[in-house]
Design a protein around this ligand. Structure first.
Ligand code: IPD
Ligand code: CA
Ligand code: CA
Length: 272
């Protein structure tokens, strides 16, 4: 079991390896807690009309922050449930944490959700970890070190034709304010692709682009904790990440387009 973290890290510089394995251990522990809560009745609180937080979001965040603070006390944390103002971007290194991405899925018993942890320095993610507890899938990436799933090296898909592609998207909680744009973009992409998925967890969507299950993904109104780990997975697996117009991107940009790189220009033509 440990091999899925340790094998990819053979030969990696020890300080970096310690950050990767420390964060992966935190994701695995938090994921185990989420898994144990999944079949139980939930305590649900509302952050907005349709934006939920459950006991699992809070328990997961507590576990991750405690573990990371213990192991790396000098690194500050930007975490969804305890750092509402994500625009205060810390200078230097920071852990960017989504303790449970896909809360609506979790609360409804729809089995697609993940823990997402990134280690970023000045808007650039150096480490990305996404753990899907029900599938027991641990996605790891570090800058220059490739992307990995349970110890196996990942690559994005090689699909070249939109009509053969499976793409993903997501819908913002503020859907009424964004409905026209969301539907307009769906209307452009849907008739051009083989099919589209709205799986309900942006971090998982990005991990799925990295491993080739999806050929592309776009969404607007996202937060850094949704994307900071996933975009690095996509890039390290050979994919491309940008804004809808194909321009430069970082995790504090709220719109994201990720693809297998080959289809990027065609998706920009539809979305940009
Ligand atoms: C949400 C999920 C969802 C996406 C939303 C996100 P949460 O994150 O990633 O797929 O469409 O925009 O906010 O609230 O489940 O952590
Ligand atoms: Ca999220
Ligand atoms: Ca979340």
């Amino acid at each position: 079991m440990a091999a899925r973290i340790e094998d990819p890290l053979v030969g990696v510089e020890p300080a970096l390896a310690a950050l990767v394995s420390g964060a992966a251990a935190a994701a695995l522990e938090a994921g185990a807690t989420i898994r144990s809560l999944y079949e139980q009745p939930h305590q649900v609180r509302f952050k907005g009309e349709i934006d939920l937080v459950t006991e699992a979001d809070l328990a997961s965040e507590k576990i991750i922050i405690a573990r990371l603070n213990r192991a790396f006390p000098a690194v500050p944390v930007l975490a969804e449930e305890s750092s509402p103002d994500y625009r205060q971007i810390p200078a230097g290194p920071v852990w960017i944490i989504d303790p449970l991405d896909g809360t609506t899925n979790f609360a409804h018993g729809f089995p697609v959700f993940a823990v997402s942890i990134a280690y970023s320095v000045d808007r650039l993610s150096l480490i990305g970890i996404i753990y899907c507890p029900l599938q027991d899938e641990l996605f790891l990436a570090w800058r220059g070190g490739g992307a990995w799933l349970n110890g196996r090296r990942l690559a994005v898909s090689r699909r070249e034709r939109l009509v053969e592609s499976l793409v993903g998207t997501g819908f913002p909680y503020a859907i009424r304010e964004n409905l026209d744009d969301v539907l307009a973009k769906l209307g452009k992409v849907l008739p051009r692709v083989r099919d589209l998925r709205r799986a309900g967890a942006a971090a998982v969507d990005l991990a799925y682009v990295a491993c080739g299950r999806l050929d592309g993904f776009w969404e607007r109104e996202l937060k850094p904790w949704d994307t900071a780990a996933g975009y690095l997975l996509v890039e390290e697996a050979g994919g491309r990440v940008s804004d809808f117009g194909g321009g430069a991107w970082d995790p504090y940009r709220t719109e994201i387009l990720a693809s297998n790189a080959i289809l990027h220009r065609k998706l920009v033509e539809l979305l940009g």
